[in-house]
Design a protein around this ligand. Sequence first.
Ligand code: B12
Ligand code: SF4
Length: 481
Amino acid sequence: MHYMLRKTRRVKLILPALTEATSPYWRPIKYSLFPPLGLATLAAYLDPGLDITLQDEHVEPLNLDDDPDLVIIQVYITNAYRAYRIADHYRRKGAHVALGGLHVTSLPEEAAPHADTIFLGPGEDTFPQFLRDLAAGTPQRRYQSRLRTIEDIPPIRRDLIKRHRYLVPNSIVVSRGCPHHCTFCYKDAFFEGGRSFYTQRVDDALAEIARLPGRHLYFLDDHLLGHRRFSRELFTGMRGMNRVFQGAATVDSILRDDVIELAAAAGLRSIFVGFETLSNSSLQGAGKKQNLGRDYQAVIRRLDDLGIMINGSFVFGLDGENPDVFARTVDWAVASGITTATFHIATPYPGTQLYSEMAAQNRMTTSNWDLYDTRHVVYRPIGITPEALKTGYDWAYREFYRWGNIVTAARAHQSSKHSLKHLAYSAGWKKFEPAWDFVIRLKQLSQMRPMLEAVLSPVAGKTAGLEREAGEVRSSVPESV
Ligand code: B12
Ligand code: SF4
């Protein structure tokens, strides 16, 4: 259903660049991966007859000389200042400016002076309500999401996404939130006031997958294996669709039942896993109960056996750690054959339990949100100085991606094909930055997708067997089914 806007002819949706865009850490390839799915989701509620533009400042310069009637801006913590400047600019021009997203939900009072309307939480219930109110001439100042569902949402406006500018235009989210409650995570604050984990209908998710061209998909869900029945049915439905895909999940879900085998058979080739820390006391402190007492090596073995590459996520600086944490973590990750690693400095985001605890202990040292990118120390750690934490974090990245360590980690796999793919993926991601920049400048990123798909092809052995089976199932199903 669409809502006709009174006097609204031109609508502009904007994802302002994260501040990292101007920092020495700027990696164009990292920010040219995923299109702004949240904004394309909201755009689906607009009358398609309107003049709608979607601009993502990570991949194109913003045109600020235009004159839209309604401006929708997505605010993350490290683009907040930029978002407010853009909002002020368009309000001066007389547009109705709406701000929403994670940071607005955490700090509505900060965002409100820059907007005509702010939105707290997900937008699937509040945005259509706002459009109705706007059309009636009674838009509210603030909308709080309560009704949580993504069943029956209109198909997202992928046509507004400039596909050729992204390496992974086939990004997809089939759920919202996560069943867990880690104290450092945005999840509980963002979904306050309603359900904090829910999924699409399996059939709708499969239909959206079927609409996406090519083979490669990237699920951006916080926890793709979080809902047992949903994920089982999803992967079963995907068997035979000839896809290769990547996604994220927790350690406990990889060890439980056989859902990971179903995922591998459906085409899962690489997975983002939140190991976070090797220390049990730090896990306890962070409320990461689903990791407690889990055998991380068993996770590695299971994924390796299925030929699934691992992107391990680690956080440094949680209470209970000491200065040897960097070397211990990198050594473990290399010896375990982790393909790519994402390191973070613990960052208490406003609105999270971790932030409240730190603030109560008077340990927050800055409110400059530009520094909340998980690369800076914004609080007083215990057992390590802020300088040592920052130096250790930088060292961990350098060390993990040293050629010697890439080769050692690649050798850790049982199959030589897996080792080669590991080498190609890890080195391709971190060692060929100038080549990626060149391709991005030529606006030819889409040309690189076949290479990505090749690296994600099945490793001989169990996955290839599972895929063969899936192919046989598929060829025995009549076309009309
Ligand atoms: C894609 C992505 C990125 C992209 C962002 C650009 C992009 N194209 O979107 C890139 C790769 C650049 C990125 C970088 C980082 N990310 Co990131 N990323 C994601 C991811 C996986 C998916 C986002 C998405 O598409 N979601 C699906 C859509 C449908 O939801 P949505 O975007 O939230 O939009 C909905 C609502 O927010 C709302 N909404 C949003 N804007 C507006 C505006 C209006 C007017 C209205 C009405 C509603 C509204 O309505 C939408 C529909 O419900 C999320 C995890 C997740 N599953 O959300 C993490 C996530 C956002 N990232 C996270 C982190 C930590 C980072 C990094 C710091 C990691 C790092 N160390 O490098 C950096 C920097 C981020 C920052 N500085 O804030 C955290 C954020 C934690 C926080 N801020 O509290 C998340 C939540 C992952 C997690 N579980 O921890 N990320
Ligand atoms: S498992 Fe991940 S997404 Fe879920 S609450 Fe913990 S950090 Fe957040």
